[in-house]
Design a protein around this ligand. Sequence first.
Ligand SMILES: [Ca+2]
Ligand SMILES: [Ca+2]
Length: 141
Amino acid sequence: MGVIIIDGSTVRAFVNDEPHFNTSVNAQFVSLDVNNDGVLSRSEMRKAFESMRLLETHFGVDTAVPPEELTRIYDSVFQSFDGDHNGTVDPEEFRSEMKKIMLAVADGLGSCPIQMAVEDDDQSFLKQAADLEAAKIEGGS
Ligand SMILES: [Ca+2]
Ligand SMILES: [Ca+2]
């Protein structure tokens, strides 16, 4: 376990590095598609958000929210992903909405870095963003 420090530019650099970002998003999509049918269902998406901690960082939801309120929030998040409203999220929808969310996270962070505790095997996008920046700093000297 360690601590990473990220700010808006870290996140933005990650999103704008398109091949890298797409690879990460696709890998995430595949790992979330538990039943391997090529799309994400409502319950698969809910697991996704619980694991990615995006609700905390983007929507400002704290963990004391009552379950029915959480369900309502997850529903509205699902709907924002499901662009064509067919009840499932395909890879294209997932990628475009993740991009929007990560850019919104970047705007929210602005130039105020935040510290985040992460596990070594954490594969959240924020961790990956921090790793990417670290790799650039190390490789760019
Ligand atoms: Ca699925
Ligand atoms: Ca859809």
